[in-house]
Design a protein around this ligand. Sequence first.
Ligand SMILES: Nc1ncnc2c1ncn2[C@@H]1O[C@H](COP(=O)(O)O)[C@@H](OP(=O)(O)O)[C@H]1O
Ligand SMILES: [Mg+2]
Length: 452
Amino acid sequence: MPLYTANLAAKLPHGFGLSGRSSSSLPNYAGFKCSFFFPSTHIHTSSPNRTYSSVSSSSSIMEDQKRVGPLVSGSESLSQELKVAVGAVQMACFLCQRVQSNLLKKNAQIQAKDDNSPVTVADWSVQAIISWILSKSFGSKNVSIVAEEDVQTLSKPGADRLLKAVVETVNECLGEAHRFGLENPERTLCSSEVLEAIGRCNSSGGSTGKFWTLDPVDGTLGFIRGDQYAIALALIEDGEVVLGVLGCPNYPMRKEWLCYHPRYHRIITKLSAATSDSWDKGCVIYAQKGSGEAWMQPLVHETKKLVWPNSAIPIQVSTIDDPALATFCEPVEKANSSHSFTAGLAHSVGLRNQPLRVYSMVKYAAIARGDAEIFMKFARAGYKEKIWDHAAGVVIIQEAGGVVTDARGRPLNFSKGMYLEGLDRGVIACAGASLHDKIIRAVDASWNSSCL
Ligand SMILES: Nc1ncnc2c1ncn2[C@@H]1O[C@H](COP(=O)(O)O)[C@@H](OP(=O)(O)O)[C@H]1O
Ligand SMILES: [Mg+2]
């Protein structure tokens, strides 16, 4: 089985990198009580595109709940799901930051999966903690998860050290669950419980009922290079994505911090662990379908607690609709999307800015936040996109005011199992309908002459 090392991986070529408290308790699910806290103050912030209004320091819990967003849209149970999901993703970001800094410092080994893509302790550990939290919060009988990792590699003879590392990472992290509005387990989990939590995520999805979809570490290549990656969790109900949470541990809250060169990013990561002093390094973005709102909150760093709404601010897509002023995002890896085809499209619609090449679903986050206007992905013929690589990003962009379709302009179909079956040519996400229309027409005009 091929192995990557963090340092070797870091030497591979790069694209551009981005570079008086009140408490409220949720019902007790299967003996697991989830508590959330509502603070009485909010951050006042502004962005180049919009100014956020200030909120009185004595606002009531009701007002605080409004600021959280999802609670205003009606479904109490969905709000609980969103809060647990955000807490779980916050905790996963914390886990990934620890593992990433150890990877970069210790020249650690990284496994390769059967398709030769890399996977680390973080992938299995995140899948284990999120599966465990969802099951404990809502009852394992009620939770069905479609996720990227399986337990085979971890269960093989000879994988003892790897499994031990995963179990340790999971327990270290779950031991801090209370900081994320969740309860710690009563005792440490043993290997078989961790394997069970990972293995439970084997649902096949489909068109009816409710299931979660999880990419524990999306953009694993970005992760092992010390660059961008995301934790993506979405809830799908009767084929529709109803809730999405994207944890982006290396995507700062402040836009002016975006342009780290990947190499600089790696150095910073090596030098400084994430602390409360760098609270604005990394964010969690979330939205609930039909709310017309998408939200972003900073990561909860060491020693801090997730206190709702955790300085959440609303985000919106960019208002730019002139292609000459727009920026498009695409995968860093040419193997994952044709850079030459998107360059041709960009030229034909009058895009002038250099593409922003970013690993993972951070591209969806960038569109939702208004940091770029277009995301295009055209995989090679025969590649089947997985639902966990898109679901959370799609609902977040839509609620932030954007449009996401395949290249024929049709909605992505999350009701056919683990793949986005019937996807026509590629994925196109835009800040607005006018840019979207131009790109769709450009794809039609140039598709037959392309080599895709
Ligand atoms: N040949 C291929 N074509 C298109 N996408 C691919 C691919 N191989 C892997 N991917 C997907 O692209 C994701 C990374 O996205 P990006 O290229 O935008 O950074 C991978 O997620 P993982 O890193 O979770 O495996 C994987 O799901
Ligand atoms: Mg992925």
